[in-house]
Design a binder for this molecule. Structure first.
Ligand code: 4UW
Length: 567
């Protein structure tokens, strides 16, 4: 059964992202309105600053790097208020932005730089050694590495992004003409339903559509000046101006990128940027800035429910928080409400959908608590019997559709569904049909109110604190360890951390000569970013369960893990 969104369809933008955000005729807030403020230093960029820096940076790219339409700029950085102008400048110059986790090892960054074909890389000076080495492996010269943030390179070897702006300012380049439906704005990396991380091509149209779809779900309730009086949930009194968002999630991940680095330029809501979450700083900033809204992930919800430090702060300005990127239990949401009176709603989506698909509503929080909310406008969805499509073509395999309340795999269609994986038509065909239906790899059901419950995944993906951990990538590393002949990685849920953690099952060459597990852990940890470490441990097994075509039976391993935890 195909279900349509209960919202009326929106008129979607037909312009590129820069024009959509900066040349809008119905913008209510002035150029001087603060949009991004650094949580630790209070350094602030107004809307006008972001636009001006973006244009200067874009001109700088064109004049200094001969920037052409479709060139890729990679950014390996924690959230920083310098990132939005760099992103919009690159888009202005016709480029595509590929964001990367700055915790990546040289090997991980090199993969993304190589695969995306990046021309320039932006990073913090503190991360220069890793980025420089990665650039060396793929032939990106030092003078194509650009620094952001307050710390500059004293040797003058690497340009600071503000010098690129200064050089651009004097030039007369104009914005590139773009085709919003076909030109890629972002190339973010996701493992999709199977395999290693792939570049998810998101067009300008995908992104502008999703920014607008999201505004509708928030029911235009987030306001820049508090002027709106018809709020579903009133601001706590006294009202001190508009909403304030606390941005504690990384801009390099699609969730933070859309919701925190792009959408505030549409809504005008001042966004306080915290580059790295820690619970005390988060609470201090909520108290200091009278934050009204924050986007979080389940492990942060756990802090709000249980961490002792939280009760020493005044968090009463928070009207709502939104959690997403991984499953969250109703039990934790209720604990937070009981303890702090803070309502947590959920959103659901994927990198491949720009990302937002479902959002909880403000006005029915108590009725819909624990669900992922309702489908955003202009989207259609169907729940289907899961099927194994690893051999092929999503168009050819027509899965059986299920009805309301029945559990199956979620398929979606709409303007924010990606164009395909960069340079990987096979992976694209496995999840995207020719008529635009995208298999999410997530399993769940829709209740009679149209709310989504995610209950499982049919894809391999593991989520550690909202970050993607692709098992296939980890398995690729593990078999390089001397003595390991086969292996499989699965996610197991850790209730104390409110997240999945990766666990490896390993077969050794000679069962009579056991592996040194600690040595394997150390060796492995030095090869991967922090979030991919095998926090669920390593288990030695005689063989990895597989089907007749050699596919790992992860469900069997999950059953083994469950039996072990219950023993
Ligand atoms: N419940 C259970 C959830 C949920 C979930 C995501 O790294 P990616 O590709 O993308 C994301 C996107 C997060 C996000 C999107 C829209 C939104 O409104 C929001 O706000 C709160 C967050 O993480 O991983 C996609 C995969 O992450 C899982 C699911 O398996 C999905 O395929 N996931 N949200 N609420 N699982």
């Amino acid at each position: 059964m195909v279900t349509k969104s209960r919202h009326s369809d929106l008129d979607l933008p037909s312009v590129d992202i820069f024009t959509f955000l900066f040349k809008r005729t119905n913008r209510k807030f002035p150029d001087s309105h603060p949009i991004f403020r650094d949580g630790l230093t209070d350094k602030t960029y107004t809307f006008g600053d972001v636009q001006q820096f973006a244009e200067d940076f874009g001109k700088g790219l064109r004049s200094q790097y001969d920037w052409q339409k479709g060139d890729v700029l990679a950014i390996s950085s924690l959230s920083d208020i310098d990132m939005p102008p760099i992103i919009f400048g690159t888009l202005w110059a016709g480029g595509t932005v590929s964001t990367a986790n700055p915790g990546y090892t040289v090997r991980e960054i090199s993969h993304q730089l190589q695969d995306s074909g990046a021309k320039c890389v932006v990073t913090h000076y503190s991360n220069i050694e890793t980025v420089k080495e990665a650039c060396g492996t793929v032939g990106i010269a030092d003078d194509h590495i650009i620094i952001l943030g307050d710390k500059k390179d004293s040797t003058g070897r690497f340009k600071h992004w503000t010098s690129v702006c200064d050089l651009g300012k004097a030039t007369r380049f104009a914005a590139q003409k773009l085709d919003p439906k076909n030109d890629a704005a972002f190339l973010v990396y996701s493992s999709g339903t199977t395999g290693k991380p792939k570049g998810v091509k998101l067009s300008h149209y995908n992104i502008t559509s999703n920014v607008l779809q999201l505004q509708v779900a928030e029911r235009f309730n987030l306001t820049w000046d508090g002027s709106q009086t018809t709020r579903d949930i009133p601001l706590p009194e006294p009202r001190t101006g508009g909403d304030k968002i606390l941005a504690c999630l990384p801009f390099f991940h699609i969730y933070g990128l859309n919701v925190l680095a792009l959408s505030p330029l549409y809504s005008g809501v001042t966004t306080i940027v915290l580059s790295r979450f820690d619970v005390d700083t988060w609470c201090q900033l909520v108290q200091k800035h009278k934050i009204t809204y924050s986007y979080v992930v389940p492990p942060i919800v756990l802090y709000l429910a249980k961490h002792p430090t939280v009760s020493s702060y005044d968090l009463s300005s928070l009207r709502m928080t939104q959690s997403g990127a991984a499953p969250l239990t109703r039990e934790l949401i209720e604990q937070v409400y009981k303890r702090l009176g803070i309502r947590i709603k959920q959103g659901y989506g994927l990198s491949e959908t720009s990302p937002c698909l479902y959002q909880g509503a403000w006005d029915s929080w108590d009725v819909d608590i624990g669900t992922c909310g309702a489908l955003l406008p202009n989207l259609m969805v169907k729940i289907c019997e899961p099927f194994d499509n690893s051999s092929g073509d999503a168009a050819a395999a027509i899965p059986r559709e299920l009805g309301l309340g029945e559990t199956g795999e979620l398929h979606v269609k709409g303007p924010n569904v990606f164009e395909g994986y960069h340079g990987n038509p096979k992976a694209t065909a496995e999840c995207l049909s020719s008529d635009g239906w995208f298999r999410t790899g997530d399993v769940g059901y829709i209740n009679e109110r149209g709310n989504l419950f995610i209950t499982d995944r049919v894809k391999e993906l593991i989520k550690y604190k909202g970050f993607q951990v692709p098992p296939a990538e980890l398995e690729g590393y593990l078999v390089d360890f001397p003595g390991v002949v086969d292996c499989a990685v699965i996610g197991i849920y850790n209730k104390e951390l409110a997240t999945e953690v990766p666990r490896a099952y390993v077969v050794t060459e000679n069962p009579l000569k056991p592996l040194d597990i600690q040595e394997l852990q150390r060796w492995f940890s030095s090869r991967v970013a922090n979030h991919k470490k095998l926090r669920g441990g390593i288990r030695l097994v005689e063989q990895i369960p597989k089907n007749s075509s050699g596919k790992i039976l992860r469900k069997d391993l999950k059953a083994m893990a469950l039996a072990e935890s219950e023993a």
